[in-house]
Design a protein around this ligand. Structure first.
Ligand code: CMX
Length: 150
């Protein structure tokens, strides 16, 4: 796969937050984002909201607010490690073909967390690269559902 075919754009930046409603209020009332989508993802252990700007909504880069569903959530662990305060937990790159991109990254020595993509926000397909193989950033790779990609 050529480098120019790997990533489409930054899909979203994920913020770990202790309280989803409080975070929504801050980012919408103060910074002018709006909620595009809200859901609970039991498998990922998160309650989340995707925020967007402008008329284009999900076609623009988004912010993902991630609150822990329970104490064993990845987000609970992240918050604990960071003194209970919120912050940037991940950056997500949008791709058109997550299977091809995952194969290319594996060939290049990147450690991906899952054998096969899992289901993320709004039915997207997601994979993560471990921060130890990305220079310290938890990198999500996201293939949006077909209708949202175009
Ligand atoms: N960003 C950067 N570094 C991180 C990190 C993050 N979000 N989370 C952990 N790390 C670092 C730790 O600081 C630690 O570094 P040191 O060893 O230098 O201290 C190291 O990674 C720990 O790695 P680990 O023991 O393998 O794993 P953890 O239990 O800390 O979990 C990770 C890390 C990436 C495996 C876990 O967060 C994970 O599985 N993430 C993917 C799933 C996820 O984030 N789900 C929630 C979002 C869902 C969604 O986006 O839809």
């Amino acid at each position: 796969m050529d480098n120019s075919d790997l990533f489409v754009c930054i899909d979203h930046v994920g913020y770990a937050v202790p309280d989803l409603d409080e975070a929504i209020k801050l980012h919408c009332d103060t910074f002018g984002w709006r909620v595009l989508h809200r859901e609970t993802n039991e498998e990922q252990g998160v309650e989340e909201a995707m925020l967007g700007t402008g008329e284009q909504g999900a076609q623009n880069a988004q912010i993902q607010l991630l609150a822990p569903l329970n104490d064993s959530s990845t987000i609970a662990k992240w918050l604990e490690r960071n003194g209970g305060r919120g912050g940037v937990q991940q950056v997500a790159y949008r791709v058109e073909d997550i299977d091809a991109v995952s194969a290319t990254l594996r060939e290049r020595g990147v450690t991906l967390l899952y054998d096969a993509p899992k289901i993320g926000t709004g039915g997207s397909r997601i994979q993560f690269a471990h921060p130890k193989s990305t220079g310290g950033i938890l990198l999500e790779i996201v293939e949006p559902p077909a209708a949202a990609a175009h």
